[in-house]
Every structure is written in structure tokens, then in C-alpha cells.
Design a protein. Structure first.
Length: 71
């Protein structure tokens, strides 16, 4: 079973802090989103392995868009 880290707010992907295949812990920063001229750390609620990165650096996302898939 896999879980997705969703964007909590609209913005653009500033930095991707993980790679596919990385092991992550709960509450680890996976993405930095730039919104309203502020950098926002997006944390995962799940421990596991990064299955797929669903966004690219510079991409604009909306609230609720999936960012990272973790299994």
C-alpha cells in the first residue's frame, strides 16, 4: 500500500529533498514549496520508501495536489 504526500497550499516546488528509493521517517521534510514569497517545508506523515516523485522543481501546484508517493 502506498501513501501520497499532498500539497497543503498552492505554490511552486522550490526544492525536492528526497529521491526515489530513499527511506524516509515520519515528519521528514520531503519538499520545499515557495508560496507568497515564503519557503514552506512539506513533511511526510508516513515512514517508508519513496516510490515516486510526482512533481518537478519549478512546477506550480495547487492545494491538494499529490507531491510524493511513499510505500
Amino acid at each position: 500500500m502506498s501513501n501520497k504526500v499532498m500539497s497543503p497550499l498552492p505554490g511552486s516546488v522550490w526544492e525536492i529533498k528526497v529521491a526515489e528509493g530513499d527511506t524516509v521517517e515520519e515528519d521528514q521534510v520531503v519538499i520545499i514549496l515557495e508560496a507568497m514569497k515564503m519557503e514552506n517545508e512539506i513533511l511526510t506523515d508516513f515512514a517508508g520508501t519513496v516510490k515516486k516523485i510526482l512533481v518537478e522543481k519549478g512546477q506550480t501546484v495547487k492545494a491538494g495536489d499529490p507531491l510524493v508517493e511513499i510505500e
